[in-house]
Ligand binder design. Structure first.
Ligand code: KIV
Length: 265
C-alpha cells in the first residue's frame, strides 16, 4: 500500500470546512513520535512543554532554541504523515522580525518540520505576517500563554472575551493557519471558532473547538506533577513503568533473571 499522504497546513483549514475535527498531540523524541504518527494524529507538536515534562523545569521558559531544534530533529525524522509544528521558545518572537524569521528558518532547515507555533495574538500579528510571508506556516496560541505565566500570575482560565476575540481575529487576519486556544471558557471558544475560518485547537477550551491538543505525557499518565482539569488520562504508563522496573530488580536479586531462555549455550 502506498504511504498515506502528508497532512499539510492548508489541509487543516480544509478539514474545518468539512466539519472534521483535528487531533494533535505533543512529542519530543523519535520513538514516541513514530507511535503517535502511526496511530493517525493530524498534527504533532514539539511543544516547549518539553521544558516541564522532559527537562523537569517548573515553567516552559528555560528551554532554548538549540534544545528545541535537538528534539524537533528527532521528531522530524520519525514522522511520515502528520504535520509537525515546533514551538518558538521564549523570548524569540519578541525580538523583532529579523530574529524570529532567522530562528524559525533555522528550525525548518535543521529539523525538517513544516510549521512553527508562537504565543500571542494582537501583539504578535506583525510577526505572524512576517513568518507567513517568508513561507513559514504559523500556528498561533491564544488564551493562556504559559510563557507569560509570571505576568498572568499563574496558570489561570482567561475570561476577557473582548481581548480573546481581538487576539483570535488578529492572528487569523495576519495569516496563521490554525490557533491553539488554551484555558478559555467553552462559550467564548465556541464564539471564536464560529467567527474565524482557520481551525481552533482547544486545550481546556471545550468541545466546540475545531480540534483538540494534549500533552502526550499527561494523556499517557507519564507526568507525575500537577494534572490540569482539562486532561483526560487514556493510560497509566508511569505506574506500569515503575512496576516493570521493580519486577526486573526483584528477578535480578532473586536470580530468576536471566533464565535459560535468555542465555547463550
Ligand atoms: O507546549 C505545548 O505543549 C503546548 C500545548 C500545550 C498546546 O503549547
Amino acid at each position: 500500500m502506498p504511504p498515506a499522504p502528508r497532512v499539510t497546513a492548508p489541509a487543516f483549514a480544509a478539514k474545518k470546512k468539512r466539519g472534521e475535527k483535528l487531533a494533535i498531540l505533543t512529542a519530543y523524541d523519535y520513538p514516541t513520535a513514530r507511535m503517535i504518527d502511526s496511530a493517525g494524529v493530524d498534527g504533532i507538536l514539539v511543544g516547549d512543554s518539553l521544558a516541564m515534562v522532559v527537562q523537569g523545569h517548573e515553567t516552559t521558559l528555560p528551554v532554548t532554541l538549540e534544545q528545541m531544534i535537538y528534539h524537533a530533529e528527532m521528531v522530524g525524522r520519525a514522522v511520515k504523515r502528520a504535520l509537525v509544528i515546533v514551538d518558538l521558545p521564549f523570548p524569540i518572537h519578541h525580538l523583532g522580525r529579523h530574529a524570529v524569521v532567522e530562528a524559525a528558518g533555522k528550525i525548518m532547515k535543521q529539523a525538517r518540520v513544516q510549521a512553527v507555533k508562537l504565543e500571542g495574538g494582537v501583539e504578535q500579528a506583525d510577526t505572524i505576517a512576517s513568518l507567513t510571508r517568508a513561507g513559514i506556516p504559523v500556528m498561533a496560541h491564544c488564551g493562556l500563554g504559559p510563557q507569560s505565566v509570571h505576568t498572568l500570575g499563574g496558570y489561570r482560565v482567561q475570561r476577557d472575551r473582548e481581548r480573546l476575540m481581538a487576539d483570535a481575529q488578529a492572528a487569523a487576519g495576519a495569516g496563521a493557519f490554525a490557533m491553539v486556544l488554551e484555558c478559555v471558557p467553552s462559550d467564548i471558544a465556541r464564539e471564536i471558532s464560529a467567527s474565524i475560518e482557520i481551525p481552533t485547537i482547544g486545550i481546556g477550551a471545550g468541545g466546540d473547538c475545531d480540534g483538540q491538543v494534549l500533552v502526550t505525557h499527561d494523556l499517557l499518565g507519564m507526568h507525575s506533577g500537577y494534572v490540569p482539569k482539562f486532561v483526560k488520562r487514556y493510560a497509566n504508563l508511569g505506574e506500569q513503568v515503575v512496576s516493570a522496573v521493580a519486577g526486573f530488580c526483584d528477578e535480578v536479586r532473586s536470580g530468576k533473571f536471566p533464565g535459560a531462555d535468555h542465555e547463550f549455550q
